[in-house]
Design a protein around this ligand. Structure first.
Ligand code: CDP
Length: 221
């Protein structure tokens, strides 16, 4: 069995930054599953396909190919990562991510990658659905205010004009939709280790998780 690390948690908990660093440290392929849902949203919006329009959404999904190169999602041969984090996509992604057909297709793709590579995967349903037998499962949280503040600073540093209050509202709204949807809602797996990152810096969280991984690997080997 391949080595796999699952990281779940709400928006802005620091999952992607932390997953990238841990991936480098332990030589794991980093799979940002949120970017896959964002890519579907990008294409659906470009083609004016609403989330409830299942037929069109299904045929759109059939035409999408996705893989990762150096942490970056390649969609139909194109690196679209810079287009995925803009507010327009963030505001719409949870609606598309609630659709059963979208989830089935992306979960299958994610499981397929994990069968072929040692991965660190972050998202909402990794420990509960995608990698139920992951070697390690973590659940990262932080207060909505701290998560909004992190996201605000990230967008500003990328030169994207943003408003803290709007980001906070978006985060609270997405938290609600993600944890109340019928299919694969955001929730901590029973066997996941929960880390509240409020007030903690990235390196403190990474060190904590790296310690846990190293200790367990020592016991396994
Ligand atoms: O980076 P951020 O935490 O804002 O979100 P993301 O990881 O890019 O995910 C964007 C959205 O995709 C989430 O709000 C969920 O609605 C959806 N998502 C999901 O449903 N399942 C996943 N495994 C990953 C993301």
């Amino acid at each position: 069995m391949n080595l796999s690390v699952a990281i779940d948690g709400p928006a802005g908990a620091g999952k992607s930054t932390i997953a990238k660093l841990l991936g480098e440290k332990f030589n794991l392929m980093y799979i940002n599953t949120g970017s896959m849902y964002r890519a579907v949203t990008l294409k659906a919006l470009e083609n004016h396909i609403k989330a409830e329009n299942l037929n069109e959404l299904n045929s759109l999904m059939d035409d999408l190919s996705m893989h990762f190169e150096n942490d970056r999602l390649i969609l139909n041969g194109v690196d679209v990562n810079d287009e995925l984090t803009v507010p327009k996509i963030s505001n719409n992604v949870s609606a598309y991510a609630s659709i059963k057909e979208v989830r089935e297709k992306l979960v299958k793709l994610q499981q397929n990658i994990a069968e072929n590579f040692n991965v660190i995967m972050d998202g909402r349903d990794i420990g509960t659905v995608v990698l139920k037998n992951a070697t390690f499962k973590f659940f990262l949280t932080a207060t909505p205010e701290e998560r909004a503040d992190r996201r605000y600073k990230e967008l500003i540093s990328k030169g994207i004009n943003s408003n803290y209050d709007e980001i906070l509202q978006d985060i609270k709204r997405r938290d609600y939709i993600d944890s109340h949807r019928d299919i694969d809602p955001l929730k901590k797996a029973d066997d996941a280790i929960e880390i509240d990152t409020t007030g903690l810096g990235i390196s403190e969280v990474v060190d904590k998780m790296a310690c846990i991984i190293e200790e367990t690997l020592k016991e396994i080997n």
